[in-house]
Each structure stands twice: as structure tokens, then as C-alpha cells.
Design a protein around this ligand. Structure first.
Ligand code: ADP
Ligand code: MG
Length: 505
């Protein structure tokens, strides 16, 4: 690579990074106001293109004293987990679990195949962790005590009770078309019954509701009330509690399923669908290229700028453009490697190098580049980028190690993608805090979070807080907000909702 090529690559990278810069001067607060406006619309109307604001029929928050043993199921964007959760009653829990990525064939199969796959995984789990239960079910079902189970199902459901919900649509790459409109919990219950398992699915919740419940159960002593649960993983989403009087779209029949004496309900916002009409959120060239190649173009537009399924893909699309322009991966070694499937994908039988395979780039790639870069302004490594981990992860994804200049240029782009994602992530958080007026009622408030992006993307949480300070909350408001990872949020949340369904929260 000549000096001139290097300069041109870095200049082009900076121009691309600029396209990910958010406007200044009040942009974030204006976007927060638009978020609140769109979310209020969602509380009043069933609008297929607006923010869904889905009632969860969960109306109680755990205190940390809850106890019991539950089976917990968790279907996120990437994995299906089966867990046995023991709530110990002192904000602590134990969990045994198996976790397996759902393969693309299942994600695009039919309802029968999908439900039967979930059944198989549950049996595999019980064979390892609860063989005695399986044996008892087989030999003496009548006297086997029923094991209560909760299901964290992280796709939009139209719920009419805590244990009733029909699938509105798939997100995060799933396309099991005949499941849309069906009650997933009921279908799985029938499957479990037909296998003679004494399991009772008592509740279905979204992972974001699970995160809220889990953090409320497990937060450290001294934290204020947990008012938001949020997810930054494959997708992004949030949940918070809303007075029933404001959820005007609830009909009389649905209100009859609210636990007696409760005057609020947790709302699963599905904020990934914020601003599908693109009134305020940015839409650069690469956002458009990405959206065009999704199964749901025009939907979940906020999520497509924020979450793990998309940040790696944005970087991949840009790498393809730079490569096609002759600016990136031009060495003989790179050109040779690009002819073959890369190590991480060879075993999937993919015939192309991952550079050309849509959705093949994990967000761990931009996260690693960002973490090792000088552009990341908290990283004081004396202007001496050390891309050791980036080299390794690039090798895994592409089958060769890009050179230092390429890594430096890509890290400029990765930082821009990551910063925009974290800053946009602050918008619905600020919106929920301001709309709920929680800071007027409590000295401090708490937010529970979950997902690989917020856990592992370097400084993601710090960048969210930086952005929150730029909203009406200001630094004084933000200083009264704590945020913590709700460990095992989906599993513990499923256990807590099974308790809620029994009226025990
Ligand atoms: P799920 O959404 O299924 O619950 P996760 O919370 O683990 O699963 O999120 C998976 C997403 O996180 C994937 O889209 C992946 O690209 C992204 N991811 C995985 N590892 C990292 C990492 N180290 N840094 C940032 N993002 C990551
Ligand atoms: Mg998850």
C-alpha cells in the first residue's frame, strides 16, 4: 500500500464516518420529544407502523424476597435457552441452563417444526438437569407435581392476558410465516402435553419485561426503584410501567384480565419500531443499503441503527464498498483469502467469503475495532493503535489479517457506527424517564439492562449517559439515574413472571 493509497483510505473512512454523525444543537432533545409523542400515540392506538406499546399484563414488581423453582424458556434473536431457575428470596438466584443458537433452517421453517424443535430442546435440557422429573412424568404422571414455567419470548405479541398472546410479526431475521397470528404459548403447551411432560406454561413475557423484573429482584441495596428494563442485544427494546388510565387502547375485556387492585401495567414498548417514517432518525446511504436487504424493509428503523444484528452488517456493507473501490483488502494475501469461505463460516458450508455474505459480521467486529482504537476518546494508548484483538477477529471473519492502515481506517468507521448507536439508544430511555416523571417522585431511579451490545460494546453505557446529559434531563438529572446489567434477565424474568401469573408477586 503506497502512502497515497493509505491517505486516500483514511480520508474516505473519515468521510464515511461523518455520515454517521448526529446533528448537534438540540437534536437529541427534539428526538426525545418525538419519541414521547409517538409512544403516547401507541398507548391509544393499535397502529401497525407506529411504536406498538404492547400491554404485558404484568402489574407487580418483585421485591427481591420471592422464592421458588421454575423452568424458564427464553427465545431471543440468536439463542434458545432452557433454564431451571431457583429464586432464593434474598435477591439471589441459581440457574442451570442450556443455550443453543437457533439455526437458520428453523428460523425460516413452519410452526409445527418450530414448536417441535422447542419441545426437543426442553427434553434435552431435562435429560441433563432434571432426569428425575422426566422419569416421574413417564412412570407416575398423576403424582408428579406440576413444574411451573415462564417463557421469555422476545418478539411482538398481542397479549390479552399474562398467559395469552398471538404473534404480531417476526423480527430479528425470523420468518416462520404460519406462526403469525397464532398463540405461541398455547401451541407449546399442547406440544409439552402431548409429550406427557407435567409442565405448566403460566406466563409469556418479552425479554425487556423480564429484564425489568429481574433487575427489580436483584438490584443492589440502596438503588432507587427500577423503572425501565432495556435490551441492547440482537435487537433493542424497552419496558416501563404505565398507569392503566393512560393505556386507552385497552378494551373492557382486556381490563378484566388485569390483576385485581392494580392501577398500572408494564408496557413492552417495542421501541425498535420508533420513527419508522424517519421523521427524526438519520438515514444515510448505508442505512438504506442495509434496510433494502432485510426481511422487513421500512420497519424497525430505530433498531436497525442501534442493535447487534445491524451494527456489524453496516460495517460489512461499507467494507464491500471500499473493497470494490480498490481501497481496502488489496494485498495478494487478502485477495487470495477472499476467494474462500472464512474460518468462522467454512463449517457452515458457505461458498463465499463472509465479506460478501449478508449478516455474517458479528457486532463483536466493530466493537473490537472500536475498543482498540485511538478514535475511542477514552483510550489513551499514546497514539499507537494496538489492533491485536481486531486482527484476530478479522481473521476469524474474513480468513486474513488486514494491515495496520486498514484496521485504523476501519476503526474510524466502527467508532462512528457505535457512537451513533449509543447516542440514539439514549432517546427512548430519556423519553421514558421524562414521560413517567419518575425523577419528580423518587430521589434516584434505576434502569435494568441486558444484551451483548450493552455488556460488551466498549463504553456503550458511558456513551448512553453522555447523550442523556444532552437531553432535558441534564447532568443533574442523569446523576440520579443508575443502570445495571440484569444478569440472566430473560431466565430469571421468566421465573418471576411465572410467579406473577400465580398472583404471588
Ligand atoms: P439475544 O439478542 O439473542 O438475547 P445477545 O444479547 O447475546 O443475544 O445479542 C447478540 C448480538 O450481540 C448479536 O447480534 C451480536 O452481533 C452482538 N454481539 C456479540 N458479541 C458482541 C460483542 N463482543 N460486542 C458487541 N456486540 C456483540
Ligand atoms: Mg437476550
Amino acid at each position: 500500500m503506497t502512502q497515497q493509497d493509505q491517505n486516500q483510505l483514511m480520508e474516505t473512512a473519515k468521510t464515511i464516518a461523518d455520515q454517521f454523525k448526529l446533528p448537534e444543537n438540540g437534536y437529541l432533545q427534539k428526538t426525545v420529544e418525538e419519541y414521547v409523542k409517538q409512544s403516547l400515540h401507541g398507548l391509544a392506538h393499535q397502529d401497525p407502523v407506529g411504536i406498538p406499546m404492547l400491554p404485558s399484563f404484568v402489574s407487580s414488581m418483585p421485591t427481591g424476597k420471592e422464592k421458588g423453582t421454575f423452568l424458564a424458556l427464553d427465545l431471543g434473536g440468536t439463542n434458545f435457552r432452557v433454564c431451571l431457575v431457583k429464586l432464593l428470596g434474598n435477591s439471589k438466584h441459581t440457574i442451570d441452563q442450556i443455550k443453543e443458537a437457533v439455526n437458520p433452517e428453523i428460523m425460516a421453517s413452519d410452526m409445527k417444526t418450530f414448536i417441535s424443535h422447542l419441545g426437543d430442546r426442553i427434553v434435552s435440557f431435562l435429560e441433563i438437569y432434571y432426569q428425575s422429573f422426566l422419569e416421574q412424568c413417564a412412570h407416575d404422571p398423576e403424582s408428579t407435581p406440576e413444574l411451573k414455567a415462564g417463557f421469555t419470548f422476545s418478539f411482538p405479541l398481542h397479549q390479552t392476558a399474562v398467559n395469552r398472546g398471538t404473534l404480531i410479526r417476526w423480527t430479528k431475521g425470523y420468518s416462520i410465516n404460519d406462526a403469525v397470528g397464532k398463540d405461541i404459548l398455547q401451541a407449546l403447551q399442547q406440544e409439552l402435553d402431548s409429550r406427557g411432560l407435567r409442565l405448566h406454561l403460566t406466563a409469556v413475557i418479552n425479554d425487556t419485561v423480564g429484564t425489568l423484573l429481574t433487575r427489580s429482584y436483584s438490584k443492589p441495596v440502596g438503588c432507587g426503584p427500577t423503572i425501565i428494563g432495556c435490551i441492547f442485544g440482537t435487537g433493542t427494546n424497552g419496558a416501563y410501567s404505565e398507569p392503566l388510565a393512560n393505556i386507552t387502547k385497552l378494551g373492557a375485556e382486556e381490563l378484566a384480565h388485569v390483576a385485581p387492585g392494580k392501577d398500572s401495567m408494564v408496557i413492552n414498548t417495542e421501541w425498535g419500531a420508533f420513527d419508522n417514517a424517519l421523521k427524526v432518525i438519520p438515514n444515510c446511504k448505508y442505512d438504506k443499503l442495509l434496510d433494502a436487504n432485510t426481511p422487513n424493509p421500512g420497519f424497525h428503523m430505530f433498531e436497525k441503527r442501534v442493535s447487534g444484528m445491524f451494527l456489524g452488517e453496516l460495517l460489512r456493507i461499507i467494507m464491500v464498498e471500499l473493497h470494490d473501490a480498490g481501497l481496502l483488502f488489496t494485498t495478494n494475501e487478502a485477495l487470495e483469502a477472499l476467494k474462500y469461505p472464512s474460518p468462522a463460516h467454512a463449517k457452515d458450508g458457505k461458498t463465499q467469503n463472509a465479506l460478501r455474505v449478508p449478516w455474517s459480521m458479528n457486532t463483536a467486529v466493530p466493537a473490537t475495532l472500536d475498543g482498540e482504537s485511538n478514535n475511542n476518546n477514552n483510550n489513551n494508548n499514546n497514539n499507537n493503535d494496538d489492533f491485536t484483538h481486531s486482527r484476530k477477529i478479522m481473521y476469524e471473519h474474513l480468513g486474513f489479517e488486514p494491515n495496520q492502515d486498514e484496521l485504523a481506517a476501519l476503526s474510524v468507521i466502527a467508532c462512528a457506527i457505535g457512537k451513533r448507536a449509543a447516542y440514539l439508544s439514549a432517546v427512548p430511555l430519556a423519553g421514558a424517564v421524562l414521560h413517567s416523571r419518575a425523577l419528580e417522585r423518587f430521589d434516584t431511579i434505576d434502569v435494568g439492562a441486558d444484551g451483548s451490545v450493552i455488556e460488551h460494546y466498549p463504553r456503550f453505557q458511558e456513551m448512553i449517559f453522555e447523550a442523556l446529559e444532552q437531553t432535558e434531563l441534564g447532568s443533574k438529572g442523569v446523576a440520579r439515574i443508575t443502570m445495571g446489567i440484569a444478569k440472566d434477565g430473560s431466565g430469571v424474568g421468566a421465573a418471576l413472571c411465572a410467579l406473577e401469573a400465580e398472583g404471588c408477586l
